[in-house]
Design a protein around this ligand. Sequence first.
Ligand SMILES: Nc1ncnc2c1ncn2[C@@H]1O[C@H](COP(=O)(O)OP(=O)(O)OP(=O)(O)O)[C@@H](O)[C@H]1O
Ligand SMILES: [Mg+2]
Length: 389
Amino acid sequence: MYLSQLRLLSFRIYHEASLELLPGVNVVLGQNGQGKTSLLEAISTLALTRSPRSASLGDCVSWGEPRMGVAGHLVSRIGETDLELRAERQQGSERWLRRLRQDGDLIQPRELLGRFRVVLFWPEDLLLVKGGPEPRRRLLDVVLSQLSPTYAEAATKYRRVVEHRTALLRRLRDGQATAADLRPWTEALVEHGALVTRERRLYLATVEPLAAEAIRKIGEPAELQLQYQPGLGREHQSGEERDPAEALRRALNRTAAEEIARAQCVVGPHRDDFEVLIGGRPARQFASQGQQRSVVLALKVAEVRQHLSLGGETPLLLLDDVLSELDQSRRTGLIQLLSEELAVEQTLITSTEDPQIEGDVAVSQVLQARGGHLTATPQPGEELAKWKV
Ligand SMILES: Nc1ncnc2c1ncn2[C@@H]1O[C@H](COP(=O)(O)OP(=O)(O)OP(=O)(O)O)[C@@H](O)[C@H]1O
Ligand SMILES: [Mg+2]
């Protein structure tokens, strides 16, 4: 699938922008702070109906504006469609009201999930290797919500149960609720949590060989492994993967007193993590800068493959400032892998300077980002010989 048109209204640095995008590789060049990341963020925000960068859509609205909009024309195998996401500040409050339209009709965000797919790589993703568990959980959530409606529903319900149960634990600690009040919420936590766990475990097991193959193709010889670490606390026992509901229930029994004392849900998928091993060693401690990039890119390539095997459509690939720390051969290896082998229909690559992609990779257009304006250079149709090495 690909976007043929994009319009932005009061989205971060973009007060009003409209641009044509082409199938193939679209390079976005610009100096620091000129709106490259914001452009990719806008596309992801339309696909995910929330920003991958900020918890609140309000952060994406140009400072001082009461509303923002992102609209795009999506071309996919099942047809063409117009999508529009708007956020408007509610009168007299800090809340932002989100509205999503498809071909002019209001739709629910879940109706769009899986319809418009994006795979985004940006510098923050390096935290996937070096950072705490939060970005790894977010990756699982973003990917699985697009790939599996069952996961999307279970994860949403699970988040709500954790919120409600936490409030209840606080009241229980303060003597304002009883253990009987908590029981149905514990059961709901087990029910939705077990589903989330099962899907996450399955996803990691499926993408591990795909990511291992991808990292070899990018040019990294070391073996890559992904180990799921369910958030069941330190006493997690082997064999518990067979029945995640039972394992979660046991962990909840074990930590019942601690939960009340801390007024927190201390075990469950909201505490999950996974370990990335490279050459048998934790990548967090031992991977070099370039290797960290290669690991994250391999995870993204595996994600694209997983989209392909499940839905047959290639997602849009958004690569923000990815190429700078890869050496020439890994850079070219990556682009070839993405555009030829995976047949990604559309890629947007941002860079502060000429990305110098070598090999037989055709760049469709080069866009210049400057102070919230985007211009195509050269104009579509003109010779792009410079970019075809
Ligand atoms: N809500 C907002 N409203 C207006 N401007 C914003 C908003 N949020 C961020 N900005 C500004 O938008 C500008 C562009 O940011 P962006 O991250 O897109 O730049 P970039 O081209 O990716 O830069 P770099 O090369 O440094 O990564 C920044 O100067 C930033 O301060
Ligand atoms: Mg940027």
